[in-house]
Design a protein around this ligand. Structure first.
Ligand code: SF4
Ligand code: SF4
Length: 310
């Protein structure tokens, strides 16, 4: 039985919580993605992110991850900041990490959304995800018609670009899915040309082991591989290059979420202050941000590596 009468309620409730785009996809086996994921893992493009190889079947079929799921609701939350770091020589931080850790912010919103839906609809089964389980978030968002996955492997929403978080709500309501939209990358190759480490040598496929995001956040080794010396373009946590150059990001809108506002002192940190940053200041400025994923030692390692290349 279809429950399309709830579609508007779900969209309106999600938008009231700040999500700017919401779409629906049928919970099913990701047939097209299965060989792509297998090949990506075989090529070891996930590097030391061992978790990417875990739960292979659940990653490809949400009904195995959460039995009873009928629909995946994908939701987008903007994080494009009004201002970026003031010292253009300072070690760079990816924009998504400027404010409070998005995992907490979005989980709270999803909980609230689920509560509203249960109040309005009744006892529905639902589970919320945000970058925390084997869920192929970009693929589900694409299937739900929220955008296309570009050559830089990011989801691009045609009216807003790609600086947003993707979250999912798995529900046991059967809702008519939204169809995917066209790929508008066309002949553009800006992201591929701009990537300093050749992580996008094959369009639409990322070699994560060459991506600055992986190197600065996921890789836990004592030092970064020497082959990347001189190629980091001063990124100390993540990298926005392939998004900054994407023409679709001229449509990015300034985000409105208070929790994502950066600490004013963070934006003002000079390159010298970054180099002499104490563990205490790191905790004060970034204790609640996604930067704590690398911890203080990780950031120090990255900054030292950047210093060596200058
Ligand atoms: S995030 Fe940076 S390093 Fe990674 S693919 Fe994009 S441009 Fe390349
Ligand atoms: S930079 Fe060009 S090729 Fe790359 S994702 Fe954006 S539109 Fe597509």
């Amino acid at each position: 039985m279809k429950h399309d009468q709830y579609k508007k309620l779900i969209i309106d409730s999600a938008q009231a919580l700040g999500f700017f785009h919401v779409g629906f996809a049928k919970a099913d086996f990701l047939e097209e993605e299965a060989p792509k994921l297998e090949q990506w893992l075989q090529q070891n493009y996930h590097g030391k992110m061992a978790y990417m190889a875990n739960h292979f079947d659940k990653r490809l079929d949400p009904r195995l991850l959460e039995p009873g799921t009928k629909t995946i609701i994908s939701l987008l939350l903007n994080y494009y900041p009004a201002q970026t770091q003031h010292d253009d020589q300072a070690p760079k931080i990816a924009k998504y990490a400027y404010g409070k850790d998005y995992h907490y912010v979005i989980k709270e919103k999803l909980k609230e959304l689920l509560t509203t839906l249960r109040t309005q609809i009744g006892d529905i089964q639902g589970r919320a995800f945000v970058d925390s389980a084997p869920v192929m978030d970009k693929v589900w968002a694409k299937k739900a018609g929220l955008g296309w996955i570009g050559k830089n492997t990011n989801l691009i929403e045609p009216k807003n670009g790609s600086f947003f978080f993707i979250a999912e709500l798995f529900v046991d309501l059967e809702i008519t899915p939204d169809g995917p939209i066209k790929d508008y990358c066309g002949t553009c190759t800006r992201c591929i040309d701009a990537c300093p480490t050749d992580a996008l040598a094959t369009p639409y496929l990322i070699d994560a082991t060459r991506c600055i995001s992986y190197l600065t956040i996921e890789l836990k080794d004592a030092d970064l591989p020497s082959e990347f010396k001189g190629k980091m373009e001063n990124w100390a946590f993540g990298c926005d290059i392939c998004q900054d150059v994407c023409p679709w990001n001229r449509f990015s809108k300034i985000q409105k979420e208070d929790a994502f506002e950066p600490h004013p002192e963070f934006l003002n940190l000079s390159s010298k202050e970054w180099e002499s940053l104490s563990a205490e200041s790191f905790r004060f400025l970034f204790g609640k941000s996604a930067l704590k994923r690398t911890n203080f030692k990780g950031i120090q390692r990255n900054i030292q590596f950047l210093k060596k290349e200058n």
